[in-house]
Design a protein around this ligand. Structure first.
Ligand code: DAH
Length: 338
């Protein structure tokens, strides 16, 4: 007949069971009608001398109750694990050193975006993020790019078949819609950057169908082009090199007036650079009065600047990476260099 230690063993096995199936097998072993250890032990009671039967029966019934309870509890735990059981069963020692294996690290892009947040954070900018599936309204119309405007063609758009109540949907081609979203939900004065992914039908050494930008916006009573230049120069130097070489050129973007572009000088072998000596990395300018109006901000009282940086392009300059597609190929030999 089963003794104390075998009941104790069942108790331990129930606690250690990892699945409902395992638990059911143990339950069967103890309680099955024909051959269950407990079933048999209870039957055997009749063969025991009457003077001992009482104590043995009492003991058996206690174990019976206890094991039934344990089975019930463990069943519940396995169905929806408690914090305690998760800690016990699912614990992974993340500090474990794998001998000979290298450590992981951030990919170049998120690492750079962290740096961007730090640099602009120091200049008093907030950080915002918005949807990658945008409406035509935010991505174009409210940014002073109406439907028939030729500037629409500058950004080859991935359209989405379905619409929502606000109109046609697309994968945002730029982070600029975040200017509108932020100005509609915050009162000036304001200072914000919005990093994120953008999408265009484009692929070559300096273009990818998905890439990263960060948008910036600063609105106040007397913010001027000079403030913009100062912020651009500080950001470029901090994000690449203290002695970075760059140039400002006039450029056209419907949502700013005047508009400028900033090119950075390629530092590596010029033969390697597909775009030549200069690579365009930033578009910027003074926010167009129409855009301010579209956001409910009075252009007679407020003015400011906006800018959009190409993240991959900044990193290409910084690390002399000639082909932007290397970022996405997941080649460890490339990733390990940084
Ligand atoms: N959104 C523009 C692009 O993707 C870049 C840009 C230009 C952003 C000028 C701006 C700006 O905020 O003022 O080409």
């Amino acid at each position: 007949m089963a003794d104390q230690s075998s009941w104790k063993e069942y108790e331990d096995r129930i606690a250690a069971a990892r699945s409902a199936e395992e638990l059911a097998a143990i339950e069967h072993e103890i309680f099955s009608r024909k051959s269950g250890t407990m079933t048999l032990a209870l039957k055997e009671l009749q063969t025991i001398a009457p003077e001992q039967r009482r104590t043995v029966a009492q003991e058996l019934n206690e174990w019976k109750k206890k094991l039934e309870e344990r089975l019930e509890n463990r069943k519940k735990e396995l169905a929806s694990p408690s914090d305690e059981s998760l800690k016990r069963d699912e614990a992974i020692d993340v500090t474990l050193e794998l001998p000979g294996k290298e450590r992981g690290h951030l990919h170049l892009i998120p690492e750079f975006i962290r740096k961007v947040e730090e640099v602009f954070g120091r200049m008093g900018f907030d950080i915002a993020s918005g949807p990658e599936i945008e409406t035509e309204e935010f991505n174009f119309n409210l940014l002073n790019i109406p439907r028939d405007h030729p500037a629409r063609d500058m950004q080859d758009t991935f359209w989405i078949k379905s619409k929502n109540q606000e109109g046609r949907l697309l994968l945002r081609t730029q982070t600029s819609p975040m200017q509108v979203r932020y100005m509609q939900s915050h009162k000036p004065p304001l200072r914000v950057i919005a990093p994120g992914k953008v999408y265009r039908k484009d692929s070559d050494a300096t273009h990818s169908p998905m890439f990263h930008q960060f948008e910036g916006l600063m609105i106040g009573k007397d913010i001027t082009l000079a403030n913009m230049k100062a912020v651009m120069i500080t950001a470029i130097r901090e994000l690449t090199f203290p002695d970075a070489e760059f140039r400002f050129r006039t450029g056209f973007f419907p949502f700013v007036e005047p508009g400028l572009e900033v090119d950075m000088r390629w530092r590596g072998d010029e033969a390697e650079s597909r775009e030549g000596r200069w690579l365009e990395v930033v578009g910027c300018g003074m926010v167009h009065p129409n855009v301010l109006k579209n956001c409910g901000i009075d252009p007679k009282k407020w003015q400011g600047f906006a800018f959009g940086f190409g993240v991959e392009r900044m990193i290409m300059i910084k690390h002399q990476i000639p082909d932007l597609r290397s970022f996405y190929q997941g080649d460890l030999r490339f990733l390990r260099q940084f």
